[in-house]
Design a protein around this ligand. Structure first.
Ligand SMILES: CC(C)(COP(=O)(O)OP(=O)(O)OC[C@H]1O[C@@H](n2cnc3c(N)ncnc32)[C@H](O)[C@@H]1OP(=O)(O)O)[C@@H](O)C(=O)NCCC(=O)NCCS
Length: 364
C-alpha cells in the first residue's frame, strides 16, 4: 500500500423520494462524484448516467434490488460501491461495482467498499459475484490478457481495475468492445439497406415504436428479451435464462420513462406467422443531448442468416437520424467473440473506443 491510511468512513445511501428535496443531499453529492469518476476515466460524460436515471434505476423493482454505499474522507464523498441482485432468476448472482476517485486510491478504500458489498451479496445467499472494469482505447494498447488465457480480446492487466480484481480473486471471463459511431459516417448505409431488404423482404417486415410496445406484441417481445440471456455469447460468465413475461417488459418501459430516457425500438416480423423474430433498441437521454446508446439487438435463432440484424439496426438508425438530428454519436457494447454482431456494427461504421472486462468470483 502506498500513501497514508486515510480516516475514511463507509455509509449506506438512502434513496431520496426526489432528487431536489432535503433528503437528496447525499444522493446529489454521490451522483456528482460518479460523474467526476466517469470524466477521469473517459474524458467525457457520454458513458455517465444522468442523476435522474441513477435515482430511478437504483429503485427496487420486483425483478432486482440494489444497495449503494459511499466512502467519505474529511466529510467528502470519494468512493462508491453497489450490489444489485436479480430476484426472479440468476438467484445465486450479485452484480457489484466499486469506484474510487483517482486522488484517493491505493489507500484501502476500494478494498473496504468491496468487502462491504461482498458481505451484502453473501448475506443474500449470492455466491457468483460479477463485476466489470473499463479500459479506454488509449490505455488498451497492450491488449494483454488479464489473468485469463483464451478470453477473446482480453483487457490490459496493468490498469487499477484489473489489478484490483485479480488481487481480490476475480477472473476475467469476457471482454466487451465499446464502440462509437459518428452519425455522419453513413455513406455505406444505402448499399447495406438494399442488401438487407433484398435478403429479407419476401419473408419479413419491419415494425417500429417509441417507448411502449403495442399490446399485441408484448408477449412476443418478452420471448425475445428472455433470449438475450441465453442466445448471446457470455464467455465464462455464469448466466441462467432470465424469466421474462409481459409484466417485466412493461416494468422495464416504466423504469426507462422514470429515468427520463426514450427507447426507440425496431422489430422484424415474420410475415407468415405474424411472430416478432428480431428486435433492436436505441436509448436517448435528453440530459445527454448529442449521444445515444445502441442497446440490445437479437435475432431469434431459427431466423438467423436472413440479414435481420442489419435490417432492424438500420431501420432504427434511420429513425434516429430523422427524428433526432441533433444526435451525432451512438455508443454500443459487444462481446469480443460476438463476431456476427461486431461485423454488422463495423459495416455500419462503429469504431472501437475501448474495452470492458467482465469479471467473476465464486464465494462458496
Ligand atoms: C479499482 C479501484 C476501485 C481500487 O480502489 P483503491 O481504493 O485504490 O483500492 P485499494 O487501495 O483497496 O487497493 C487494493 C489492492 O488492489 C491492487 N491495486 C489497486 N490499484 C492498483 C494499481 N493501480 N496498480 C496495481 N495494483 C493495484 C493492489 O494490490 C492494492 O493493494 P496495495 O495497495 O496494498 O498494493 C479504483 O482503482 C477504481 O475506482 N478504479 C476504477 C473502477 C474499477 O475498475 N473498479 C473495479 C471493478 S469493481
Amino acid at each position: 500500500m502506498t500513501g497514508q491510511v486515510p480516516d475514511f468512513s463507509i455509509h449506506e445511501l438512502h434513496l431520496p423520494e426526489s432528487m431536489d428535496g432535503p433528503d437528496g443531499k447525499d444522493f446529489r453529492e454521490l451522483s456528482s462524484v460518479m460523474d467526476a469518476m466517469v470524466l477521469e476515466t473517459w474524458g467525457n460524460l457520454e458513458r455517465a448516467s444522468s442523476a435522474q436515471a441513477r435515482l430511478a434505476g437504483w429503485r427496487d423493482t420486483p425483478y432486482e434490488v440494489s444497495r449503494n454505499f459511499f466512502a467519505r474522507v474529511d466529510g467528502i464523498i470519494v468512493g462508491h460501491a453497489s450490489c444489485s441482485v436479480p430476484l426472479k432468476d440468476n438467484v445465486h448472482t450479485a452484480w457489484i461495482h466499486v469506484d474510487v476517485l483517482e486522488g484517493c486510491r491505493r489507500q484501502g478504500i476500494g478494498t473496504a467498499l468491496l468487502r462491504t458489498v461482498e458481505g451484502i451479496a453473501a448475506a443474500q445467499g449470492r455466491h457468483v459475484l460479477q463485476a466489470h472494469t473499463e479500459h479506454p482505447i488509449g490505455f488498451a494498447r497492450a491488449r494483454a490478457r488479464a489473468g485469463a488465457e483464451g478470453v477473446p480480446g482480453g483487457v490490459p492487466d496493468d490498469g487499477p481495475g484489473a489489478a484490483f480484481c485479480l488481487k481480490h480473486g476475480y477472473t476475467l471471463e469476457q471482454a466487451s468492445r465499446f464502440s462509437t459511431l459518428d452519425m455522419d459516417h453513413n455513406a455505406e448505409w444505402a448499399r447495406l439497406e438494399l442488401a438487407a431488404h433484398s435478403k429479407a423482404d419476401a419473408e419479413y417486415g419491419v415494425l417500429a415504436w417509441t417507448n411502449r410496445c403495442p399490446g399485441e406484441y408484448v408477449d412476443h417481445m418478452a420471448g425475445l428479451m428472455g433470449r438475450m440471456s441465453t442466445d448471446t455469447p457470455a464467455g465464462g460468465l455464469e448466466i441462467e435464462a432470465e424469466a421474462w413475461d409481459a409484466a417485466r417488459v412493461r416494468q422495464l418501459e416504466d423504469t426507462t420513462l422514470a429515468e427520463g430516457q426514450t427507447a426507440l425500438v425496431a422489430a422484424a416480423q415474420h410475415r407468415r406467422t405474424g411472430e416478432l423474430v428480431a428486435y433492436t433498441v436505441i436509448y436517448l437521454d435528453p440530459a445527454k443531448a448529442g449521444v445515444a446508446e445502441q442497446d440490445d439487438t437479437l435475432v431469434a435463432k431459427p431466423h438467423r442468416g436472413h440479414g435481420l440484424g442489419m435490417l432492424v439496426k438500420l431501420a432504427n438508425l434511420r429513425r434516429l437520424q430523422t427524428e433526432y438530428p441533433a444526435v451525432g454519436r451512438v455508443m454500443t457494447f459487444n462481446a469480443e467473440e460476438n463476431e456476427h454482431m461486431l461485423s454488422i456494427n463495423v459495416q455500419l461504421g462503429f469504431k472501437p473506443a475501448g474495452y470492458d472486462g467482465e469479471w467473476q468470483k465464486r464465494i462458496k
